[in-house]
Design a protein around this ligand. Structure first.
Ligand code: ADP
Ligand code: ASP
Ligand code: MG
Length: 837
């Protein structure tokens, strides 16, 4: 046993704690604020491991361009951080050269992969290990620049693992010895070693990785070897929570957990800790603390040998999605010894890890879960192992059911408490959730259930509520009623929306903006962007500055930014999309990542029918909501009215309307004999038009609205099937936007002529959409003076619902239907509706 030295502390900084230069500075400040001796363990900067894997994957698929794009991003991020953190001089130059060398090598490898089209786990490890090597060099240099005596330590030299590349396990004894030998002398000289997390070396010396999230494990290995007084894991969450906060919004911080409880949670999928992170410290007196990076003074969660809270049966739950349930079944198994042993031996030979096992007491079947990605291999090796029994019909075969998730309910207090399982299963039954299999460990520390993956989130919420885990001491992650908004698009609508949010009354639902993204970059802060900061971002943007260059800005694209936002402990996260871009993938990612979505952007719902349907499907399977009031008629209650009619059992026959505030404005200006060029310019200046006004003139914007409404009525057609009359004059269709805008007056007469012809017949022209379940048409319609559409002025929209109940006198909604402020108000309405769940 090592001498229980010390006051020694290990500090591990996760990816999110090293997201950008500002975060690295914060990490340095935390380290400086802690007493020596200390050892630092770092993972790669946020998103870097994913990017490295993406580079490798793209290269293997032969897409060198995409691979280089990803590697370019890596170079930019690390060099940007080096420049921001280190003063000019030798250290900085060395580090810049190191980044170059690492990325150059990556690119050479990528080129090779694209030719070979093969990527072995061994090569993959060699490739991704550089994420930690880069960040550890960076942190060491930043510490050195701050006057801390430090030394970079490559974990490949000190963490000894098996040869299971991609998910290697450490050899505890050899690692203990190597770590002590390398670190003690450094510590003895008063230095602070910085160790690369996540990586180790196989017996042949090749670099291995410990599996995703593996730097937690590195930290506990160091803590064990040096008998540290404590290991601090600095993360982007307030501590270990009763459940994943992205799934259960009222999850709470646990003040303390026993190591075995925490190990159980980690093993069953709690993403906050690597599944094997606690193995090295079980039975050792080395407590771990999961602590909030953003709040260094807060206590976080202690994970230790202590047993507390034994009066509550359940402390926390976790879930592993993406599992497959495998059943080996047959009458011939009854009473035959060794079937279970052979089953698991076969799986072990294939290195397939089994998470949950149940066996019917009749011994008629054995059932267990494996990751879905290993399901086919498992089936194959079992069919092989039991070939004779299957041939003789003693075993029916090996059945595989994919699309399931395991849920683990954990607490030392459940030992000997009767009725815990019953409470779990009745909570699930009340929600109509079917339990496919159950298992209880003999330690009575954990009850596990297998459910349909699509129901896993709902299942967790139900169990969390049934055991009142939201009331466990320690304080909640965030006020339960707060919505955290990620705002996509920061043009006029986005800025108006931000202003409206800033002006919300204090006694209503709390709404906070945590991220703003546009094509120029992202500013994201899980602690929230104050109205003051948002106003300053708006000012910088108005000066033409990119978001990526602002304080806290990153060059991430929206899809990546939203994905990474979903990993933060946000309270009721909502994606608000006010762009006019193709954002379907972003929206899908947000829904799948647990966000609700509010759209003003019409594109995701008015593209190919399959895509739009899929979004609603993803929302449904993830228990999320997708609202889109502002896609038609800006802030007018169009969708709201629609749902109210349907909810009360009415049936909609058709919808007719003038949905284009822009065209409405333009036509009524033309009627007053304004020139087309002047009228259109006025519409642009007022923010009524789409970025390219021809999207309004061509009718395509109205066609999109018609399609969205049509689909709500059951219209099955594609965008091309909307009959659309374009008002873009021939000859103006192909022009670049700039030239089109420069030549507007060329079409003044063409428009004046159209108006004149109608007026001679005593009519006015309106751009009308007609929507029925079978046919969608948008175009100019001459209407006589007594038609209600004739009276429309300016940007006003009018929407007419003809329904079974409102047949003689259709239901009419009318009011302003364009402009940043009313659109933003429509969006805010949707957001507030989400708060009223
Ligand atoms: P690190 O930065 O150290 O790699 P991780 O990102 O791996 O940290 O772990 C923190 C994430 O784990 C949080 O973003 C949170 O969404 C997720 N998580 C899942 N389950 C829990 C839980 N029970 N308690 C805290 N966080 C959890
Ligand atoms: N960088 C590695 C990962 O992203 C290891 C870690 O973060 O702990 O999985
Ligand atoms: Mg992690």
């Amino acid at each position: 046993m090592p001498r229980p030295t010390s006051q020694l502390e290990v500090h591990k900084f996760g990816g999110a704690s090293l997201a950008d230069p500002q975060a690295v500075r914060h990490a340095v400040a935390i380290i400086q604020g802690r007493p020596a001796p200390r050892v630092i363990v770092v993972s790669a900067m946020a998103g870097v491991t994913d990017l490295l894997l993406e580079t490798a994957g793209r290269a293997r698929a032969g897409d060198v361009v995409a691979a280089y794009k990803a590697s370019g991003l890596l170079r930019e991020r690390h060099q940007g951080a080096v420049r921001a953190l280190l003063p000019t001089g030798q250290l900085r130059n060395e580090l810049l050269a190191f980044v170059d060398a690492q990325v150059d090598e990556l690119e050479t490898l990528a080129k090779g992969l694209s030719i070979l089209r093969e990527l072995t786990p061994r090569t993959s490890d060699f490739l991704v290990a550089r994420g930690e090597r880069l960040s550890a060099r960076l942190v060491a240099a930043a510490l050195q620049a701050a006057g801390v005596k430090t030394r970079y330590v490559d974990a490949a030299d000190v963490v000894k693992t098996d040869a299971h590349f991609g998910n290697a396990s450490p050899d505890l004894e050899r690692t203990d010895a190597a770590l002590r030998k390398a670190l003690r002398p450094l510590l003895g000289q008063g230095g602070t070693p910085v160790v690369t997390g996540f990586i180790g070396s196989a017996p042949d010396g090749e670099v291995t990785t410990l599996g995703r999230g593996g730097s937690d494990l590195t930290a506990s290995l160091v803590g064990r070897a040096l008998a540290a007084a404590r290991v601090n894991l600095w993360k982007d969450v307030p501590g270990l929570l009763t459940a994943d906060p992205r799934v259960v919004p009222d999850a709470r911080v646990l003040p303390q957990l026993n190591v075995r409880e925490a190990a159980e949670l980690a093993y069953y999928g709690a993403k906050v800790l690597h599944p094997r992170a606690l193995i090295p410290v079980i039975g050792r007196k080395v407590p771990l603390f999961v602590r909030p990076f953003g709040e260094p003074a807060a206590a976080g969660t202690e994970v230790s040998e202590r047993e507390t809270g034994l009066d509550v049966p359940v402390k926390a739950l976790s879930s592993a999605p993406g599992q497959a349930l495998i059943t080996v079944e047959g009458n011939g198994m009854l009473g035959v010894p060794g079937v279970a042993a052979r089953t698991f031996a076969a799986l072990q030979r294939e290195q397939i890890s089994v998470s949950l096992i149940t066996q019917a007491s009749s011994e008629h079947s054995i059932c267990f879960c494996v990751p879905a990605s290993s399901a086919e291999r498992a089936r194959g090796c079992l069919a092989e192992a039991f070939r004779d029994e299957i041939a003789h019909r003693e075993i029916d075969g090996v059945a595989v059911r994919t699309g399931v998730a395991t849920i683990a309910v954990v607490g030392l207090g459940m030992a000997g408490t009767p009725g815990v399982a019953r409470r779990v299963f009745s909570a699930l039954a009340e929600q109509g959730i079917n339990v496919i299999a159950i298992a209880q460990g003999s330690s009575e520390l954990n009850i596990s259930a297998v459910v349909e993956e699509a129901q896993a989130k709902e299942a967790q919420r139900a169990i969390h509520a049934a055991f009142q885990l939201g009331k466990v001491g320690g304080g909640s992650v965030a006020p339960r009623d707060r919505l955290d908004i990620f705002l996509l698009g920061f043009g006029r609508i986005g800025r108006s929306f931000a202003e409206l949010v800033g002006e919300l009354p204090a006694n209503g639902p709390k709404v906070r903006i945590v991220g703003v993204a546009d094509r120029s970059g992202v500013v994201f802060d899980p602690a929230g962007l104050s109205p003051h900061r948002l106003a300053s971002i708006a000012r910088e943007k108005a000066k033409g500055h990119s978001l990526r260059h602002l304080d806290g800005g990153t060059p991430w694209n929206a899809e990546f930014a939203v994905r990474s936002a979903t990993r933060h402990a946000l309270s009721h996260p909502v994606l608000v999309d006010v762009t006019a871009d193709e954002t379907t993938a972003v929206v899908r990612g947000a829904l799948a990542g647990g966000m609700d979505v509010v759209l003003a952007n019409k594109k995701p719902l008015s593209g190919p029918g399959r895509e739009a349907e899929e979004l609603f499907e993803v929302a449904r399977t993830h228990g999320r909501r997708l609202r889109h009031e502002a896609t038609v008629g800006a802030g007018l209650p169009v969708m709201d009215t629609f749902s109210k009619l349907i909810e009360t059992g009415d049936e909609i026959v058709s919808i007719e309307g003038c949905f284009s505030g822009t065209l409405g404005f333009l036509l009524s200006e033309l009627e007053r004999w304004k020139k087309f060029s002047q009228a259109l310019q006025a519409a642009i200046d007022a923010g009524y038009t789409e970025p390219d006004p021809r999207d309004d003139l061509s009718g395509s914007d109205v066609a999109r609205k018609a399609l969205i409404l049509g689909r709500m009525l059951g219209f099955k057609g594609e965008p091309a099937s909307v009959v659309t009359e374009s008002l873009v004059p021939e000859g103006a269709r192909q022009l670049p936007l700039k030239q089109f805008l420069a030549r507007l007056s060329a079409w003044d007469d063409w428009f004046a002529q159209k108006i004149r012809t109608a007026q001679q017949k005593g009519q006015v022209l309106r751009y009308v959409a007609t929507v029925t379940p079978r046919r969608l048409r948008v175009g100019l319609q001459p209407v006589s003076a007594d038609n209600p559409f004739a009276a429309l002025k300016g940007t006003d929209n009018q929407i007419v619902f003809t329904t079974v109940r409102y047949r003689e006198h259709p239901l009419v909604i009318r009011g302003p239907g364009a402009g940043p402020l009313v659109t933003a108000a429509g969006v805010l309405n949707d957001v507030l509706a989400l708060a009223r769940r």
